[in-house]
Design a protein around this ligand. Structure first.
Ligand code: GLP
Length: 237
């Protein structure tokens, strides 16, 4: 696995953006899997800028998202549907029918997750997976101790994740307890993976994920076995 040391979150975003640009130039109908969180915000800003400058088009790109809170509807400001529209999809030419985000309100969550897997399979696989990392080592919402063979499913969120993500929900009580997430096996099947991590808060966990033995306590550690992973980070490990 490759590590790129950037100087700042801006530089992480610039590098990630150029990898996405290269992928879409190579294949107009690329299949991407996109993350949420604070870390990729500047990347989305930069992609929107590139679109405005006529340097990139998402018209043919298929965009999957990693995860969604269970129980939040698409209009909820804390949902990942809302995040993606507000930060990205509202400003680029991605077609609605090419955007796939898990429905947090799906009553039949099993079917929702199985259908999501089927849609990915139908595309012939994800070309480029872009990941953030939680402070407990989760990727998507694949929490510690989950199976490395997991597929898209409903999961219980770790208390540490709920605490880390509680700010926009105003209290821990209001923070969702469950989420739908793409699985670790699904992530590992992507042809290329980039993981973005910024700030000292992430330093320890990234170090453990990439330098310690692979173990279920740190879900991101499974990435060590992928053929084409690049971590873009703004700290030294
Ligand atoms: C959430 C998401 C993850 C994301 C993580 C880190 O828990 N489910 O996909 O990687 O947050 O977010 P941030 O970039 O805000 O630290």
């Amino acid at each position: 696995m490759k590590i790129i040391n950037a100087k700042s979150c801006q530089e992480i975003s610039d590098i990630a953006t150029s990898i996405i640009l290269k992928q879409i130039k190579k294949k107009k109908n690329s299949v991407l899997c996109l993350p949420t969180g604070k870390t990729p915000l500047l990347m989305y800003k930069k992609l929107v800028q590139l679109f405005h400058d006529g340097k990139i088009s998402f018209e043919k790109v298929l965009c999957f998202n990693l995860d969604e809170y269970y129980g939040l509807n698409k209009e909820n400001k804390n949902s990942y549907h809302y995040y993606m529209r507000k930060n990205f999809f509202n400003f680029v030419d991605a077609e609605d029918e090419n955007i796939f985000i898990l429905d947090g309100m799906a009553k039949n969550f099993k079917k929702e997750c199985d259908d999501f897997e089927k849609k990915i399979k139908k595309t012939n696989g994800i070309d480029l997976m872009i990941l953030g990392i939680g402070e407990n080592g989760h990727i998507g919402f694949n929490e510690p101790e989950g199976s490395f063979l997991s597929r898209t499913r409903l999961v219980n969120l770790d208390i540490s994740t709920r605490r880390a993500n509680s700010k926009p929900f105003k209290s821990l009580r209001n923070t969702p307890k469950r989420a739908l997430t793409i699985g670790l096996k699904t992530i590992m099947e992507a042809k290329q993976i980039i993981l973005l991590a910024s700030g000292n808060k992430k330093k320890n966990i990234v170090k453990k994920a990439f330098k310690d033995k692979i173990n279920k306590k740190i879900p991101a550690s499974i990435l060590q076995t992928h053929k084409n992973v690049t971590a873009i980070i703004d700290f030294k490990i």
